[in-house]
Design a binder for this molecule. Structure first.
Ligand SMILES: [Zn+2]
Ligand SMILES: [Zn+2]
Length: 420
């Protein structure tokens, strides 16, 4: 018997949210240009959440943005050159990056205020939630819930950077400080999962997401639950991907494919009730080789995406001469997408006759994938001896929802934007 879902939508504690916010992996090995772009995306996403009143996610991303500038980016080695080019009025790319860096950094005071406001509202919601839980403590349903929850291991923050309370509050002392323990109550009203097409030609690596924590937006109880999680148990919201988009992309790529050259595209979309929907296939200006494909004129590309107010949910590319996997270069590219958005995926198509596996949907594991790639300073093709750096994240069926957070579905609307 379901209880009143409104009373049981989980309100996460600020401690959990701050932990999520600061659990990204920072490394000076990643060029400043990528960090600046990432910061700009984080801010875009945060504003988008704030405008939809998804307070917990907005808080997480504002806090992450603040953390990135206040504790990490200022010590990036690329800053020295960038700053001197900027001050000497040089027209270099470095000078441009520095200008963007300064512009973003100048938003800090305003964003700290914003995060503080959100923090107070979330704290209030959390306290109300705790009160409701207490009131329901004696009902049989509640007891059953407690019994079920006690069999579940405590949710953990993303591994690698789990901070103590002291460390957290020191890092974010400007933000309102509450340290409440995580609660076990968990109930999100569930919608039916859309159907998955029966073309199960992909082998799917099950990555054992047994115990996901669900951080639903506090605003609306009618929401898609985050069923999946990373290896470190950060929640992964579901991404819905139109199956026609993949075929459309293969048609667009076919000319290059026949010549043995790669093609790439960006998967962009919207957040709706705590799930992502890929609503745009953007084909950027690009240069390709048989083993690589890189975007050109990125400034214009990101302008277009910003104007459409889209999340970058991942990328798609062909392997005309190679089987379906993530190369070392792909791993580094994918890392830069996952830094921007936890859920971002890499879709790889190997259309060639000789490849039995034609489609793969991948993400880096976390841990160990993200940390390993973030701290790898190499570029070009190079071996990564570590295992388990990435996994498939395609959801085989609704019965196997834990198999991955990407649902391929027929008939979802999407647009094509070809910038070439
Ligand atoms: Zn590739
Ligand atoms: Zn590497």
């Amino acid at each position: 018997m379901p209880m009143n879902s409104e009373t049981l939508v989980k309100a996460p504690s600020l401690k959990v949210l701050k932990g999520t916010a600061t659990s990204y992996h920072y490394s000076n090995q990643i060029p400043l240009s990528i960090w600046v772009r990432t910061a700009s995306r984080i801010l875009k996403h945060a504003n988008s959440y704030a405008s939809k009143d998804v307070q917990d996610q907005a808080f997480v991303l504002y806090t992450r943005f603040i953390d990135l500038f206040a504790y990490n980016l200022y010590r990036h080695p690329d800053l020295v050159r960038a700053k001197s080019d900027y001050q000497a009025n040089k027209k270099t790319n470095e000078a441009k990056i520095y200008r963007e860096y300064v512009q973003l950094r100048s938003k800090l005071p305003q964003l700290m205020e914003e995060a503080e406001k959100l923090g107070s509202a979330l704290k209030l919601r959390y306290n109300e939630y705790q009160e409701k839980l207490k009131r329901e403590e004696t009902t049989p349903d509640r007891q059953r819930l407690i019994a079920a929850e006690s069999r579940r291991p405590e949710p953990q923050l993303k591994s690698g950077r789990v901070f103590s309370d002291i460390e957290l509050s020191r890092k974010l002392e400007r933000l309102s400080d509450t340290s409440q323990s995580s609660v076990s109550g968990k109930r999100v009203s569930q919608l039916k999962y859309p159907e998955v097409p029966s073309t199960k030609s992909f082998e799917v690596a099950i990555s054992g997401h047994e115990n996901s924590i669900q951080v639903a937006p506090v605003a609306s109880p009618l929401t898609h639950p985050a069923i999946n999680s990373t290896e470190g148990r950060s929640p992964l919201r579901t991404i819905f991907l139109p199956s026609e988009l993949i075929n459309n992309f293969l048609d667009i790529a076919s000319h290059n494919t026949q010549q043995g050259m790669e093609t790439c595209g960006l998967l962009c979309g919207k957040l709706n009730r705590n799930a992502f929907f890929v609503t745009y296939l953007v084909i950027p200006e690009q240069t390709s080789t048989p083993n690589t494909c890189s975007t050109k004129n990125e400034e214009h590309l990101f302008d277009v995406i910003d104007q459409l107010d889209l999340f970058i949910l991942g990328w798609i590319h062909t392997h005309p001469t190679q089987s379906c996997f993530l190369s070392s270069v792909d791993l580094h590219t994918q890392n830069s997408y996952q830094i921007m958005l936890n859920e971002a995926v890499a879709v790889v198509c190997s259309p060639g006759e000789r490849f039995s596996k034609k489609l793969g949907i991948f993400r880096l594991t976390d841990p160990p994938g993200i940390a390993t790639i973030t701290s790898c300073g190499k570029s070009g093709f190079h071996p990564h001896p570590e295992k388990n750096l990435y996994v498939e994240c395609y959801r085989i069926s609704k019965e196997n929802a834990k198999s991955g957070h990407v649902v391929i579905k027929k008939g979802l609307p999407y647009h094509l934007k070809d910038l070439r």
